[in-house]
Design a protein. Structure first.
Length: 288
């Protein structure tokens, strides 16, 4: 409760603003917790995680995801979003064709914060739909893309390039499914300061990880089944730091400012969150 401890010499106005701000923030996260609990109950997710907050011009989006068993080794992530009402709605990842249209229409333009906003307003001279005979299906045109579709695309992209967990926190079981490793006791102090000790918590795409998954004895090599952060481009796109107390290690993405993962060495405690504008730093390769 840092807001409740005023600095020396603080005025009454500062104290009033500080308490009001703390109360507003506290109320927001209580509502978020209630919304997440309701979503988990409704969708019957065995695991539900708060993913982060995406800033918009007029309002912000809160994002969560649940895990379900998938068709392959890695569980499927189902993403949901909400505004300040905390009524979570599902996000549908766009098809490759839709993603290309979204990029062409929006580029690096910031999100407005209104999910229903159409990315391509209807043209004034658009022709009316053709008449159809009774009983005949109405021909469908291209899907009208909205900001919700763009939000889904951006979240999928961010999650693919971040989603950081300690190596060894997950393993592959007898049914060839990736699950939490019950014998994971945390990284050692020296290990936690090496980027090779962290991997992406998503379906692997790297040749080395895919080859390991294809082995009949993949369980023996569980620490190699996910793509490592050390293979990400450009080199130097991750910033790994140990805090002054030496009790916490953080891993920050320079590609996606606002993403941070953490791990407490020698414990099972780890996690990550994103708070940002969903804008990638495209200048990073020229700076490093």
């Amino acid at each position: 409760h840092a807001f409740l401890k005023p600095p020396e010499g603080a005025t009454g106005a500062w104290r009033t603003w500080s308490f009001t701000t703390w109360r507003r923030v506290s109320s927001t996260w209580r509502l978020a917790a209630i919304g997440l609990a309701l979503l988990k109950s409704q969708e019957q997710f065995p695991h539900l995680c708060f993913w982060g907050k995406v800033f918009g011009l007029s309002a912000d989006y809160y994002v969560a995801y649940g895990l379900r068993a998938g068709d392959f080794e890695f569980p499927t992530k189902h993403f949901y979003f909400t505004g300040k009402d905390f009524q979570f709605l599902p996000l549908q990842t766009p098809t490759p064709e839709e993603a290309a249209r979204i990029t062409e229409l929006c580029g690096e333009k910031p999100l407005s914060g209104v999910a229903s906003t159409l990315l391509e307003p209807p043209a004034e001279d658009a022709e009316p739909p053709p008449d159809v005979e009774d009983g005949q299906p109405v021909p469908e045109g291209p899907k009208k893309l909205s900001e919700a579709d763009r939000l889904a695309q951006l979240i999928a992209e961010i999650d693919f390039e971040t989603s950081c967990v300690p190596r060894g926190a997950y393993c592959i079981d007898e049914s060839h499914t990736i699950v939490p490793a019950h014998d994971f006791k945390g990284l050692g102090d020296a290990e936690a300061l090496s980027l090779t000790s962290f991997v992406h918590f998503r379906a692997p795409v790297g040749i080395a990880a895919l080859r390991t998954l294809a082995r009949k004895d993949a369980q023996v090599y569980s620490s190699q089944i996910l793509d490592g952060l050390d293979g990400d481009q450009p080199k130097g796109c991750w910033a790994l730091r140990k805090d002054p107390t030496k009790s916490l290690v953080t891993v920050r993405s320079l590609n996606w400012p606002g993403y941070i993962a953490y791990h407490v060495p020698a414990t099972k405690k780890f996690g990550s969150v994103y708070f940002g504008y969903a804008q990638k730093d495209l200048t990073l390769p020229f700076v490093l």
